[in-house]
Design a protein around this ligand. Structure first.
Ligand code: HEM
Length: 360
């Protein structure tokens, strides 16, 4: 449990000073309220430098799922409220785990530097579920509460809204009343709106990226020059942003001709993310080759252009693509042939006229 918690704390999102921590929208939250935070259980987390506490959280548009982790064995708490909230008026969730592992948790309202249960202040307890444990020398408390309980003592959250939150814990006292041994600054959070087109907390001019869409890159492997028989082996390797091969995907290959770019083939990437074709080039010169991966669900498109030197003197055989490269020659021969035919016809007519003229 210790290692799971420690590694998760390292994975916490990093926010600049004053930037609101985003409580991500997770349609199907994976949180399990069992008092233990596992890797990937929550969509995001926030690490508080003042207290050393970590908060794991996400929301599904209806409920807020939270885990609080402290380095102590006493009470831990989080308070929600309007922007800039401190203790006074905060919607506080505070709890502790006894030595025998029992959780005591309370939905409270801050009043000055004190706090009282919601029920004592005309409201109701709105914890849908909760669990806690001591692990790795610290305390973990998980709970689920409505984003908008309707309770006058609770903070009502709305999608896209910005709010304040505070954190505190006591390193050893297992009660709800002893003064904290560490407390946070006044912090701010934003409830992610799944329908928003901008990134929460990043200003309105930052477009929200496609969910879980990974960037890809394509590496083109070309020989420096064509082989003795004119063959040009071409391959392209596609990997995602983590360097993982993108397999079973189509890569298209193009070359530049006098008439512009011509598609010369396509191939499916293998387990290594590599797609390969062979072409044959019969004309001397520099050949521009472009490979493109059009992207797929979860992967963005990528492509690359490369050049090879073709030495036609070495070419001894053609292949199935000969017509692509000989097309230029066919056109030239046809045009020249047509010009000569017209010239011969005109010459014939002129001679005929002049010979007929001579006869009369
Ligand atoms: C358990 C009983 C509590 C007592 C007796 C108490 C007492 C106090 C006192 C005397 C202060 C002012 C001195 C200072 O800044 O440290 C204070 C500030 C603060 N407390 Fe508490 N507190 C309690 C619980 C909590 C809880 C549960 C939270 C968080 C959920 C909390 C969060 C804070 C914060 C964030 C401040 C700084 C407020 C500001 O920025 O002005 N406290 N508390």
């Amino acid at each position: 449990m210790l290692s799971a918690t420690a590694s998760l704390m390292l994975a916490s999102a990093v926010y600049a000073a004053g930037e609101p921590a985003v409580v991500p929208y997770a349609k199907m939250s994976k949180s399990v309220v069992d008092g233990v935070v596992t890797n990937g259980e929550y969509a995001d987390s926030y690490a508080d430098s003042a207290t050393g506490m970590a908060v794991y959280w996400d929301q599904d548009g209806t409920n807020l799922h939270v885990a609080l982790v402290s380095k102590g064995t006493g009470w831990v708490a989080i308070g929600f409220g309007p922007k800039g909230t401190a203790m006074d008026g905060a919607n506080i969730i505070i709890g502790y785990v006894s030595d025998s592992g029992n959780l005591t948790i309370s939905d409270e309202i801050g009043t000055g530097f004190e706090h009282y249960s919601d029920t004592a202040k005309g409201g109701s307890s709105n914890l849908l579920s909760a669990a806690g444990s001591h692990n790795g020398g610290g305390t973990t408390i998980e709970f689920v509460t409505p984003l908008n309980s309707g309770d006058v003592n609770d903070q009502a959250f709305q999608a896209g809204g910005s709010y304040g939150f505070i954190l505190a814990y006591n390193k050893s006292e297992k009660d709800l009343t002893t003064y904290h041994t560490a407390r946070s600054q006044r912090l701010s959070l934003q409830i992610e709106d799944p329908n928003a087109t901008t990134v929460p907390g990043a200003g309105s001019n930052v477009t929200k990226p496609e969910a879980k869409q990974k960037a890809t890159s394509l590496k083109l492997n070309l020989p420096l020059e064509s082989m003795a028989d004119g063959r040009v082996p071409i391959s392209a390797k596609v990997v995602d942003q983590n360097g993982t091969a993108v397999s079973s995907s189509v890569v298209n290959f193009y070359v530049n001709t006098t008439f512009g770019e011509v598609k010369v083939g396509s191939a499916i990437t293998n387990r290594d993310g590599t797609a390969s074709i062979n072409i044959t080039r019969k004309i001397d010169g520099i050949l521009a080759v472009r490979a493109e991966y059009l992207g797929d669900t979860g992967y963005n498109a990528s492509g690359k252009v490369g050049y090879i030197s073709v030495r036609a003197a070495h070419v001894t055989q053609s292949n199935q693509l000969w017509w692509v490269f000989d097309f230029t020659q066919i056109i030239i021969v046809t045009v020249i042939g047509s010009v000569f035919s017209v010239y011969a016809f005109v010459l014939y007519q002129v001679r005929k006229i002049s010979s007929e003229g001579g006869a009369s």
